[in-house]
Each structure stands twice: as C-alpha cells, then as structure tokens.
Design a protein around this ligand. Structure first.
Ligand SMILES: Nc1ncnc2c1ncn2[C@@H]1O[C@H](COP(=O)(O)OP(=O)(O)O)[C@@H](O)[C@H]1O
Ligand SMILES: [Mg+2]
Length: 227
C-alpha cells in the first residue's frame, strides 16, 4: 500500500485541494485513506462539509508520531494520501518517513519554485536513509490557455526533481470542491478538471509501479525519525 504525501511548507499551493482530488481519483476501485497531517485540519474540514457518502475515510494525524501511528492502519488500504502541514517541521519529516512518494505542489511562478527549497532540502537529507523515496513536482494553478514559461521549467529542473507531465490548471471547479466537501470528479465528472485529475492519478500510479522494487527486507523499520 503505497503512501503518497503532498508536501510544501508554503501555504496556499494546493496541498489540501490536490490531496482530496488524488484520494478521490484513487478511490475508484481502491481502498484509500486520507491522512490530514495539517494541524489546521483542512482536509477534515473538507470532509465535514460533505453531505453525501464519503469516498474514503479521513483521519487527523498532525503529529511527529504519524509514521508510527500509520503503520498498523496501512495494511487495510491500497493507497494512503497524506495532506501535509504548512511548515517544514517534525510532522513534515514524519510524513516523509512514512511515504513512498512525495509530491511537491508548486504554483507556476519563479517565487513559488524557489520557495520549495526548504522541503527539497529536507527530502535530500532523508535520501541516504530512504533511497527508494520517489519525489515529483506538480505544477498547480496554471492559467487556462497558457503554457509553462521556460523560466519555470528551468527553475524546476535546477532542483534535479522531475515534474509530472500532467499539469493542474486554475479552475473554479477546484475552489468549489473545498466549500462542498466534494471533488471535481463528482461535481463535473466529464469536465476538464476531472480529466486532468484522473490523468495525474494515473501518472502517479504509473510512476509508483515503475519505481517499486521487490521488498527483500523491511527498510522502513530501520528508519529513525528525529524528535
Ligand atoms: N487548481 C486550482 N484551481 C483553482 N483554485 C485552486 C486550485 N488549487 C488550489 N486552489 C485554491 O487555492 C486555495 C489554497 O489551496 P489549498 O489546497 O488550501 O492549499 P494548501 O493546502 O497548500 O494551503 C484554496 O482556496 C483552493 O480552493
Ligand atoms: Mg492545506
């Protein structure tokens, strides 16, 4: 059961919006758990708005023990998605420790790319003890009918972390989701937001499949999360 964390210490980049959408897309045919690791509890707020049957459970674990608390639950799910905190702190480090895949959402401005430096640095520091960790940037809120400026792609490339081919555009459908506890997959299932979310989730699954190696030991149990 792969664990995917959406992390970036910058607030407002789309961690919560994208976490609920990724969880919703993966929930089509899979058992999914969404973990809210933000002390502000935005993913829990989102699920509390919901008037209809939940697509997946949401648990709040905004704690540096997240890694340990998640372990006994993980066998019950095919995918676990972690909505990260707006800080590079012990919770973010615990989320990295718990994850197979870290996705860093960034908005397409050079400032936002440079603002990801702290989270990129902390991931780099984890690599020696977690060499199997997969990391990708995800461009979020690209304006409609625009292409990615080369200054953005160059800045992203300078980190040595691959961006997803899929780009998420700025669409009101996503903002609507936060208010209703729904996702674009439900409010406009045949619309462009739903299509790009499905494409992103499919790409994430493909990335995980192509990078996962047969397990010979339990490397995670050797991890030590500094406290
Ligand atoms: N692709 C998008 N298109 C339009 N609005 C978006 C998009 N992604 C995020 N938002 C909006 O941006 C705001 C911040 O998003 P949020 O997911 O809460 O960020 P974070 O969790 O990183 O703080 C929210 O109001 C959300 O509705
Ligand atoms: Mg959030």
């Amino acid at each position: 059961m792969p664990v995917i964390a959406l992390l970036n210490q910058k607030g407002g980049v789309g961690k919560t919006t994208l976490s609920v959408h990724l969880a919703a897309a993966l929930a089509a045919g899979n058992r999914v758990l969404l973990v809210d690791a933000d002390p502000q509890g935005s993913a829990l707020d989102w699920s509390a708005q919901r008037q209809t049957e939940p697509l997946f459970p949401v648990v709040g674990l905004p704690t540096k023990n997240l890694y340990r608390e998640l372990a006994p639950m993980s066998a019950d799910y095919d995918w676990i998605v972690i909505d990260g905190p707006p800080r590079v702190n012990e919770i973010a480090k615990a989320a990295i420790a718990a994850s197979d895949f870290v996705i860093i959402p960034i908005q397409p401005s050079p400032f936002d790319v440079w603002a990801a430096e702290d989270i990129v640095k902390i991931i780099g520091e984890c690599m020696p003890i977690k060499p199997e960790l997969v990391t990708r940037f995800l461009i979020n809120r690209l304006f409609l009918n625009t292409t990615l400026a080369s200054e953005i792609t160059d800045a992203v490339a300078s980190y040595g972390i691959t961006p997803f081919d899929t780009v998420i555009r700025n669409r009101t459908e996503y903002a609507k989701a936060a208010r209703t506890g729904l996702t674009a997959l439900e409010t406009d299932p045949s619309g462009p937001a739903a299509a790009e979310v499905r494409a992103w989730a499919a790409e994430a699954q493909k990335v995980m499949k192509s990078t996962s190696k047969p397990k010979t030991s339990k490397p995670k149990e050797r991890m030590h999360v500094a406290s």
